[in-house]
Every structure is written in structure tokens, then in C-alpha cells.
Design a protein around this ligand. Sequence first.
Ligand code: FES
Length: 125
Amino acid sequence: MSAQTIENVIAESQEAAPICRSSDLLPGWGEAAWLEGRQIALFRTEAGRFYAASHHCPSLGAKVMARGILGDATIEGQRVDTIACPLHKEVYRLDTGICLNADTEALAVYEVTERDGWIWMEQGA
Ligand code: FES
């Protein structure tokens, strides 16, 4: 996609903006990004699903979530993707941010979609 095309798409969209190429994210890994004054963590699962969350772990406030451990859990018969904080291993759902193994505030998560080889994230989240 050319830069001009991206600008046109941005102008058309009031709800989402491209934040990186999907190929910038390796399967099974996370990357930290700086977006509008915030640190966010971007993830691509081995199965090719994309997620965005705060890079800031709600447990003790460490900015480490992009270096977390991707995994999954089965909850009420449904498989959900998870991220475990690399410090104290609290596990958060990547779809809702809810912590699964501690009474901790939820991790902030953001809606992302893949389109035309780019990862788009909701604006103002
Ligand atoms: S800082 Fe994340 S679980 Fe402790």
C-alpha cells in the first residue's frame, strides 16, 4: 500500500488508524510501540491473531507487557488467547484484559484489525 493510499484511507476512517505493518510482528511474539504519548504492546499469536494492550502491567505498573509470554486458556469451553506478564506471571485475557490468576485490575486492551497488510487500532482508546 502506498503512503498516499494510506493517507486516503486514514481520511476516510474516523475510528481507526494504521499503526504498523502486520509483517512487522513476528508470530508468537510481542512488540512495544509509542502511540499518542502511550506505550502499547502489540501481539501476533502463532495462529496469526493480532492484539493490542497497554504495555503497562496493572499489577505493579511495570512497562513490560510486550515482553510477556503468549499462551491460551480454556474458559467455559472457549479457547482464549492470553498474555502472561514476564515479571510475576499474572495472566490476562487478550480479548478482555481480565486477569485469570489474581485479583488484579484488568489490563487495558484495544481493538485491532488487519487490513491490506497493516494493523489498524481504534483511535482514542
Ligand atoms: S508486574 Fe506484572 S505481574 Fe507483577
